[in-house]
Design a protein around this ligand. Structure first.
Ligand SMILES: Cc1cc2nc3c(=O)[nH]c(=O)nc-3n(C[C@H](O)[C@H](O)[C@H](O)COP(=O)(O)OP(=O)(O)OC[C@H]3O[C@@H](n4cnc5c(N)ncnc54)[C@H](O)[C@@H]3O)c2cc1C
Ligand code: FES
Length: 261
């Protein structure tokens, strides 16, 4: 089983990317060295009333310097993510990770790859784009022209943007963009809201594309112990002996055909 670590790490820097989105670089001892794209960390709150850690994807991994970057959206006042947004350089931050399975990079070897992100599903696509041998085509869906991580993505992939209000790139969703630009791929890796993943699963089937999705299900323990995060699977799960999978343990990345959305 892959190793995970509970660490009191240090915040290196924190900046607002606009629109309630924050970016934090964190110095870790062990987690960065073991981490893979598509994995996540559980971040503990200092407010003891909030017992459950918050799962946040790894946006960038700097193994050489033992650093991780997370990019997250503040979900509301007095929430865990709001607490994180006040952390400053030098502050301690309690982490457990790396968690989950990550994206199967080996499936991309010699293939044309789509990286597709929607909203707060965009961050894990940055490290994935960095680690692919060949430049992928990245298609990112935003609400409007208040984009984030587009500079990093365009450095490591060929970037296309779709916006719901049409203020930048293709007007509509990521599939509208693929069709408008007549883009082609053999494999796709995606992360974002469930309706987007559901539409991509159907699109990939029709287009004959192998489709891997990362699910951002609500979680509690984050380590496979509580079953708060199960999703329906097409096959019987070895652990539970029923048709479900724990997103935190068997996922968050699944072959789209293996899960019901
Ligand atoms: C694998 C994974 C990766 C994620 N990566 C990111 C990321 O990179 N950036 C980002 O902004 N968000 C990400 N999320 C969503 C993020 O975990 C939630 O927005 C966050 O937990 C909300 O916590 P809160 O205290 O602000 O809100 P609250 O609503 O106060 O949270 C209460 C509880 O619900 C859980 N919860 C609430 N919303 C979600 C959700 N959407 N998914 C899972 N648990 C939830 C929290 O963990 C907590 O236990 C990810 C979720 C998962 C499962
Ligand atoms: S969050 Fe507890 S089993 Fe997944």
């Amino acid at each position: 089983m892959a190793e995970k670590f509970k660490e009191t790490a240090r915040v290196i820097s924190q900046e607002s990317l606009g629109g309630q989105i924050y970016s934090m670089w964190i110095q870790t001892e062990q987690i960065a060295a073991a981490a893979k794209p598509g994995q996540f960390v559980s971040v503990y709150c200092k407010n003891e009333a909030k017992l459950l850690p918050r799962p946040i994807s790894l946006c960038e991994i700097d193994r050489e310097n033992g650093r991780l970057r997370i990019v997250y959206r503040v979900t509301g006042e007095a929430t865990g993510t709001e607490e994180f947004s006040h952390y400053q350089a030098g502050d301690a931050i309690e982490l457990l990770g790396p968690l989950g399975n990550g994206f199967p990079l080996e499936r991309a070897k010699g293939k044309r790859v789509f990286l597709i992100g929607g909203g707060i599903g965009i961050p894990p696509m940055v490290q994935l784009a960095k680690e692919l041998d060949d430049k992928a085509v990245a298609i990112m869906g935003y609400r409007n022209a208040d984009t984030f991580l587009d500079r990093e993505l365009s450095e490591h992939a060929t970037l296309y943007v779709a916006t719901e209000d049409g203020s930048l790139g293709t007007k509509g969703n990521v599939i509208d963009c693929i069709r408008e630009k007549d883009l082609k791929a053999d494999v796709l890796f995606a992360c974002g809201p469930t309706p987007m993943l559901r539409a991509l699963k159907a699109y990939a089937k029709e287009a004959g594309i192998e489709c891997w999705i990362s699910m951002e299900e609500r979680m509690a323990c984050g380590i496979g112990a509580c079953l708060a995060c199960v999703c329906k699977s097409t096959e019987v799960d070895e652990h539970s002996q029923v048709k479900n999978k724990r997103v935190c343990k068997e996922g968050p990345v699944f072959l789209a055909d293996d899960v019901e959305l």
